[in-house]
Design a protein around this ligand. Structure first.
Ligand code: SF4
Length: 240
């Protein structure tokens, strides 16, 4: 906890943790750069040499935990999201601290850091109770999302994380976004299907607004029909 940067806290959410009223902790920084990302400030906060998490909606993690502790009787769990939470070495300590309040933990991840997932798994206190892993593009296209010089193989990382999840016994889901201009389409679903295996795989529509790449804000939201078509493909491919 001492080593975590300032975070953003959503005190209550009814939609981020299936079946539970939850709080959401957003951690800054990310190891990908998805142009459609809606968490622009969080992702860019992790880039800045200066501490750009000072002020604004960012608060110290101890303050966030104190607020969660006060509300623990009305909460069923806490979601740790981002940015990408697994880039932070102190993630396990945060999960453990939330567990010590008697609350369940859901982790949202892009799957680019399987070693951190293994670390979390290694101890019951730091093991999340639910994980949502994004399947963003066909694995062969993930290099389009890297933020700088290649320091890892994103397709290999994704495959390893997906396998960890499938074999973990931890409740989980895979998630994809229906993107405009068929940027994410049937070929991506086919290529990703082996990673999802028989696990739940949900497809939601992209909604423009605060995109990391501003040009994406002028693209149309994914249509209902197209989203439903991709969701049905994901459902069938995930459960052949
Ligand atoms: S969508 Fe997720 S993985 Fe992509 S840049 Fe935003 S926070 Fe990172």
């Amino acid at each position: 906890m001492r080593h975590l940067p300032p975070v953003i806290l959503r005190k209550t959410s009814l939609v981020d943790y299936p079946g539970r009223v939850c709080a959401v902790i957003f951690l800054p920084g990310c190891n990908l750069r998805c142009p459609w990302c809606q968490n622009r400030e969080l992702v860019l906060a992790g880039d800045s040499a200066k501490d750009s998490t000072e002020g604004g909606d960012f608060i110290p993690p101890v303050e966030a935990m104190a607020l969660i502790q006060k509300r623990k009787t009305v909460l069923g769990g806490v979601v740790i999201s981002g940015g990408e939470p697994t880039i932070h070495p102190a993630l396990g300590a945060l999960v453990g601290e939330i567990h010590s309040l008697g609350l369940a933990v859901k982790l949202d991840t892009n799957g680019m850091n399987p070693s951190r997932l293994k670390e979390l798994w290694a101890d019951r206190a730091s093991r999340p109770d639910y994980i949502a892993l994004d399947l963003k593009l066909a694995p062969g296209r993930y290099r389009e999302l890297l933020s700088g010089p290649r320091s890892f193989d994103p397709a290999a990382a994704l495959a390893e994380s997906a396998a960890l999840l499938r074999d973990s016994g931890v409740e989980h889901e895979f998630r994809s976004l229906a993107l405009p201009d068929a940027y994410f389409g049937a070929e991506d679903i086919k290529a990703l299907a082996p990673l999802a295996g028989g696990s739940p795989w949900n497809v939601r529509p992209f909604i423009p607004g605060n995109c990391l790449e501003p040009a994406w804000n002028s693209l149309p939201a994914a249509g209902e029909k197209e989203t439903a078509r991709l969701a049905e493909m994901a459902r069938r491919k995930a459960r052949p």
